[in-house]
Design a protein around this ligand. Sequence first.
Ligand SMILES: *Cc1c(COP(=O)(O)O)cnc(C)c1O
Length: 360
Amino acid sequence: MMKVVNFNAGPAMLPKSVMEKAQQEFCAYGKSGCGIMELSHRGTEFTEIIQKTEKNIRDIMKIGDEYAVCFIQGGASLQFAMVPLNLAPVGGLTQYVDSGSWSSAAIKEAKNFVKVDVIASSKEGKYDRIPDIDDAKISQDAAYLHITSNNTIYGTQYHSFPESSPVPIVADMSSDIMSRVVDVNNFGLIYAGAQKNLGPSGVTLVIIKKSLAERLSATIPTMLKYKTYIEHSSLYNTPPTFGIYMVGLVTDWIKEQGGLEAIETVNDEKSEALYERISASDFYRNPVEPASRSKMNVVFKLPSEELEEKFVKEAKAKGMVGLKGHRSVGGIRASIYNAVPLEGVEKLIDFMNEFESANS
Ligand SMILES: *Cc1c(COP(=O)(O)O)cnc(C)c1O
C-alpha cells in the first residue's frame, strides 16, 4: 500500500527509511536483547546513541566547542520561559521581534520575568511578512534579541539574519531547523522542538553558547537551568531517550542526503515549484509578501472557504493529508519539511491543477 503524503505542520512526516529502522529496533536494539525504549539511559547502548546524536548535530550544523548541545523536555514552549530566566536578570531588558503567533507567545511568557521591548512587528499587516529590523534599535543594554526564524502558522521565514547585533541573538528555529545552511556563530542560542524537522515530539534541541549559561543570577529550579544540562550532558535526570534516538536516526539520514547544502537544494526546489503553481492563476492566492515566503510552510487561499474545505477533503481521499491551515488563520497550509519528498509536492501540484479545472 502506498503511504500517504503527510503535510502535517507538526508532529510531521519523518523519512521513510528512519521509520523503518526504528521499527526494526523497536523490539530489539542491536545485541542488547531489549527494545530501544527499554534501555537504561546510563547503559552503554544509550550512551553511544546520545553521543552519536550530539556529534551528528555538531557535524551537520558545524557547531564549535564554545557551544553546548542540549536535549531538553517541555517543547519549544518551555524555552519561552527558560530563555529569559537564564539569560536576563529578573526585570532586566530584553528585545523581541514579533513575527507571528509563536513570537507573541514567547513575548507573553517573557513578560512574566523580564522587561520586553518589541523592536519590530508585522502584527498590523496580519503577519504577512518578516518585519524589517532596524539595527539601530538593537540596544546594547538588552540581554538578548529574540526572533522566530520561521513562522509555522503564517508561512513566513527570515532569509537573512541581523549580522552585527551588539547582543546575542536567540532564535526559535522549531520549524526550520536543519532545513538550510545557517551560521550558528551568528546566534547566542538556538532552540527547536524536534517534532517538525528532527524527530518526534518530546525532545527539544537547544544549542547555546556556553558563556550565556553563566549569566544566571536568579534562583531557578535545577531542571530549568541550561547549566544543569551542560554540566551533565543532558543526563542529569532521565532524558527522553526514544526522542533522542529518533533525532539520531534523522540526523544520520541528513548526513546520508549530503548534509544541509543538499537538503537546502531540495527544499528550494520543492518550495519554488509550489509557489510557482500558486502564482500561475488567480484561483490560488498566497497572502505573504514574496520576500518573506517560507520554504517550510506554504500557505494559500482558494476563492471561498467552501472550496477550501472541499480541497482538503478531496486531497485526503487522494492520499494527501494535513493540508488544513491553522485554525487561527484558515486556508490551506502545506508543510513541506525535509522529509516530504519532491514527488509528494509534485503530487500536490497535479492535484491543484485538477482541482482548479474542475472548480473554476
Ligand atoms: C511548533 C512551534 C512551537 C511550539 O512548540 P512546542 O514544542 O509544541 O512547544 C514554537 N515555535 C515554533 C516556531 C513552532 O513552529
